[in-house]
Ligand binder design. Sequence first.
Ligand SMILES: *[C@@H]1O[C@H](CO)[C@@H](O)[C@H](O)[C@H]1NC(C)=O
Ligand SMILES: *[C@@H]1O[C@H](CO)[C@@H](O)[C@H](O)[C@H]1NC(C)=O
Ligand SMILES: *[C@@H]1O[C@H](CO)[C@@H](O)[C@H](O)[C@H]1NC(C)=O
Ligand SMILES: *[C@@H]1O[C@H](CO)[C@@H](O)[C@H](O)[C@H]1NC(C)=O
Ligand SMILES: *[C@@H]1O[C@H](CO)[C@@H](O)[C@H](O)[C@H]1NC(C)=O
Length: 226
Amino acid sequence: MAARSLLVASLLLLSCFAETCHGVVLFSSLQRTLLVTASPKQGEVLKAGENNITVSWGLNQTFPAGTDSAYKTIKVKLCYAPISQVDRAWRKTVDNLSKDKTCQFNVVTGPYNRSNSTSTIIVEKDVPTATYFVRAYAYDSQDNEVAYGQTTDGHKTTNLFDIQAITGRHVSLDIASACFSAFSVLALLGFFFMEKRKSMVLSYKSETGKWAMFNNCSLLCSISVS
Ligand SMILES: *[C@@H]1O[C@H](CO)[C@@H](O)[C@H](O)[C@H]1NC(C)=O
Ligand SMILES: *[C@@H]1O[C@H](CO)[C@@H](O)[C@H](O)[C@H]1NC(C)=O
Ligand SMILES: *[C@@H]1O[C@H](CO)[C@@H](O)[C@H](O)[C@H]1NC(C)=O
Ligand SMILES: *[C@@H]1O[C@H](CO)[C@@H](O)[C@H](O)[C@H]1NC(C)=O
Ligand SMILES: *[C@@H]1O[C@H](CO)[C@@H](O)[C@H](O)[C@H]1NC(C)=O
């Protein structure tokens, strides 16, 4: 028991270290030094698994040389627009980036390049129906966010586009409906045998007595009784 709690404690400690090792970065502390553009127009609707997005990113050249000396890698992500975050805690924007849920879908990960980079990606099938924008984060060699850029303005109101998830039934829905079908077949069988037993009892009783007609009985037994 003691050994186990020791193990749990050390695991907790380890995960704390892992957390702090990744640093605590606040979004509000990042400089917007990257220029990011994406092909979807304001209000455009893209189909997941079908349509593509072309994204470009690079340093805003008005920043002095050396601004990007610490940038090692870039991640380009799809992020939920505020309208798709309402009442959804699992998409919430938190300034503490280790808790932020705004940008959940990585579309490009690669080494940072000072000159513009461009990439075309197909929207993944698991991207849910929502309104999005594109944001890129630059990371230093410790894998901490050090800068960002995005296709929308600071209030996330411009250049928003929609992604429509694949239509068709969800797997869990299929499982649920299969369960219901199995249940209804079982229930039907159950009723059938209950009725059958009742009618057997009735036909036996109608041979010995004459009360069967007055019995509270459904169609199945009345046929077998008559
Ligand atoms: C991206 O989509 C456009 C129009 O839907 C199409 O013309 C183009 O070939 C696609 N590009 C790639 C790389 O799939
Ligand atoms: C580049 O950065 C400067 C300084 O922050 C800013 O004024 C300018 O609007 C940025 N350029 C673009 C295209 O966002
Ligand atoms: C940010 O979140 C991490 C992980 O939950 C936490 O350890 C840290 O204290 C938070 N930092 C701030 C400034 O809220
Ligand atoms: C950066 O991009 C330029 C032009 O596309 C290319 O020549 C260069 O090799 C790239 N550098 C790195 C480090 O990827
Ligand atoms: C990089 O892209 C921006 C727009 O995203 C554009 O204004 C700039 O001219 C491009 N720079 C180069 C070197 O292609």
